[in-house]
Design a protein around this ligand. Sequence first.
Ligand SMILES: Nc1nc2c(ncn2[C@@H]2O[C@H](COP(=O)(O)OP(=O)(O)OP(=O)(O)O)[C@@H](O)[C@H]2O)c(=O)[nH]1
Length: 322
Amino acid sequence: MLKIPVTVITGFLGSGKTSLLNHLISSYPDKKFAIIENEFGEVNIDSELVANVKNEDIFELSNGCICCSLNDELYVVLQNLIKSDHQFNHLLIETTGIADPGSILASFITDPFIKKEFELDAVICLVDAANASNILDTEIVLTKQIAVADQILINKTDVAGREKTDALKIEIANINKFARIEECVFAKPANMNLLGSFSYDPAKVYQFVLGLEANSTANSQITHGIENMCYTSTTPMDQMKLGMWLDAFLKFNQESIYRIKGILYLEGVDKRIILQSVHTQIQATVGKTWTEDDIKESKIVIIGKSLNRKVINNNLDELLVK
Ligand SMILES: Nc1nc2c(ncn2[C@@H]2O[C@H](COP(=O)(O)OP(=O)(O)OP(=O)(O)O)[C@@H](O)[C@H]2O)c(=O)[nH]1
């Protein structure tokens, strides 16, 4: 059965999320969208601002923020969407401007019911070129939104101007150097393939991880408190030890570790294992078979705050089969 692709639209307050929603709806007339709107406030205005969609295709979550209290409500809406005979072939979720999309993504990665029916296409983050650099240092949630995105739209460049936009682009790339970044006005990027990119596809982790300059055991970059590091090893890892370490590591560091992506070389396993985690939720999928010509190597990227690289490196070294 074909799964329904899901695009999560995130971005700080007023960055252009609803504008993007409208742009998607008008750009893909053949798609039958269902839309989940989460507005932080008692009155749901955003659904009124979405043009050219029937009311029955919009589902409003308005009792709180989707990332904190609303995961249950989101679950119910998704369940009802599937159980009903509602006709749709793409789901768009607009989060509140203050949402950390991590927990929403986690549901799509790990919840058996959600995973069976839905497939994450991409997380698109809108960044307000005119205002973002002023608030990046104080609004950690904006940094998180940027950090977990697969595609980033630097919006409102008409207001920001060239110099500010260029500076912001560098700041964003330092937070997330793996996402595609494009500038736009009114959330209409010229070149980005917004739907159907499946940037979130575990198979894409290959590109993500292989795109790193992983020429040392650990590289790292720090921006706005968000760091990323890469661990590599050509010694196979012990599957059982790795699983136990990962569980404990994510549990004890759930506030600080946002995302892990990796290609694993496990002892006794003839295929690559693709690892993804969002906060404490872990997903492992089977990748391509190692061939004789391949250099068998694990590459693990860890993104989070205050990474204790030395300890993590030592921990990971302990998981190697000696
Ligand atoms: N000048 C300019 N205005 C824009 C641009 N994109 C969006 N806007 C305007 O900015 C305002 C906020 O845009 P929305 O699309 O509603 O932003 P949002 O992220 O959905 O806002 P919230 O739901 O409040 O978080 C609206 O008045 C838009 O018309 C842009 O590129 N340039």
